[in-house]
Every structure is written in structure tokens, then in C-alpha cells.
Design a protein around this ligand. Sequence first.
Ligand code: SF4
Ligand code: SF4
Ligand code: SF4
Length: 301
Amino acid sequence: MKEADYKELKKGGMMRQAEKGKFSVRLRLAGGRLTAEAMGVVKDVADRYGRGEIHLTARQGIEIPFISQDDLFKVKSELAAGGVEVGVCGPTVRTVTACQGSKVCPLGVLDASGLASEVDRLFYGKPVPTKFKVGISGCVNNCLKAEENDIGIKGGIEPCWNRDLCTYCGVCEAVCPADAIRVREEEGRVHIDLGKCIYCGDCIKACPFRAMQESRRGFFVFAGGKFGRFPSLGKKMGGFFTGDSAVISIVRESIEFFKSFGKPKDRFGTTIQRVGFKEYEKYVLDALKEEMGEKAARHHR
Ligand code: SF4
Ligand code: SF4
Ligand code: SF4
């Protein structure tokens, strides 16, 4: 088999191993989710064509190692017959990672897993200058490490204060992990500094009189993060966004920006640095406004 064919196989999720003639087959998963039935299909393939091993990757993926070159396409079609797709590698939109989110986790604000499936359905495998990774955390606890991704999404809750119900007990100020609340009974007010607030919602849960309330549920966006040889954290876009459709639009516009301005081998963060973060933000937000009207889901603090 020629070098070019190996490249093609790699693009199609079948990566050459250190051991001659053996390949590791990557599967398509979104948010690390797989049905028990599909897991049975994967087990069966690993037992019959590999060495009974399954590798869980750092980004919630599954790879089946030790597949012989001659069996690759048989494996692909057996997996497909069982409803399991082989994944991608190379310069494409990669596996979308997510925590379990609000459908499972009691702390969840976003349905991170459901959003991952939707982002995967729309963008997985699309060609881009280099790999492009999306990660979604259902709340500010950030189990999924949003900032390590080209685009990271992190759910949050914006609090608001109801004067009529407040007794100025001071509980909210005491529990706030960001030192963002000042209770001033003498002035008849509780001040929330949204510039400091991390949108955790702890004050809402802790208030004994329901005077601290939920204003909005939404998410923050981080752009340009990566791991690898030179790790860097994604930079936070200005504003708090709401609505699942805004997640989709922001990912779509970021991919378009990358396709328009990225050079071969540039990661997304490098492209943003070269063009300018403000320009990138404008590109995405202008498109968002056009799509959603002036009631675009961005809210400046
Ligand atoms: S990030 Fe939040 S929602 Fe997701 S698993 Fe962690 S605590 Fe739960
Ligand atoms: S915890 Fe509730 S009642 Fe107490 S000061 Fe804060 S907002 Fe007011
Ligand atoms: S949401 Fe969290 S960070 Fe923000 S004011 Fe309330 S407790 Fe503080």
C-alpha cells in the first residue's frame, strides 16, 4: 500500500499503528455517548478482528486497535451494520466532547450532551485548515474543560435580586465564591457585580427567602484554546449568550471564519491571533445579529 493510501485511511479514521500491518480504528461518537447495544457491536468487532481491546481516548472517543489491514473494510461495514460509524482524523471538525449536562447531572444548566449531538450532526468531519475541536460543559464547574477547545461552551446562570423578598440576611454574600455580592441593608440594596460574577447560581440556591433569583440561563464562549505541544487556553468572548440555536450559529460562524482566514497548519487560535480577536468576535456576532435580528443572543455586561 502506498503512502498516499495511508493518508486516505487516516482521514477516514483508520490509523496505522506502530506494529506493522495493524491499524487502530476510530469511531464516531458525540459527547462520549454510545448505546449499550452499540457497545456490544464494538466489543464483538474488537474480539473477532482485534485483540479484545478497546481504547478510550483523551477526548471521549473510542478506538479499536490491532485490526489487520486486510480486515479494515470488513470491520467498517460490520460496525455500520450495527449502527456504529467509523470516525475521522486529519484537518476536519473532530469529535465534539461534552459532559452529561442537565439531562443527567443535577448541576447542569445546558443539555451539553444533546448540544454535542446536534453540533456533531451539523459539522462533524467538515474540512477545515487543521483539526477543529468543540467542547461543551453544562455548567461553570467545567468538567469538560471548555477552554482547552478551539470553541468551548460553558453553561451559566445569571442572578438577579428581588428587593421585595429580601431580608438582608447576608447569606448570598457569604456563599458567593467570586466576591461579587455586597449586601447593604442601610442603603436598602444588594449589589451584584456581574463583571465579577461567574454565573454559578450558588446565591440563588442559598437564599432562604427566594430573593435571589434566576435572570437568565445561557452560556459563555471561549475561542482558540488547544492542547498539544504548546497548550493555550481559549479566550472568552464578551457577553453571555442564550439559546441552543446561538450555540450552533457561533460554531458555524467560527468554522466559516477559520475556513476564510486560516492558513494550512494554522490552528484556530493562531488564526484568531493573526487576524485579531476583536475582528473574529465581530465576524461571529455580526452574523449572529443578522440571523437572529437585533435581539441577538449576546448580552453585554
Ligand atoms: S460541568 Fe456541570 S453539568 Fe457538566 S458534569 Fe460537571 S457539574 Fe455536571
Ligand atoms: S440571601 Fe436572599 S434574603 Fe439574604 S441578603 Fe441575599 S438576597 Fe437577601
Ligand atoms: S451566581 Fe455565583 S458568582 Fe454570581 S453572584 Fe451568585 S454566587 Fe456569586
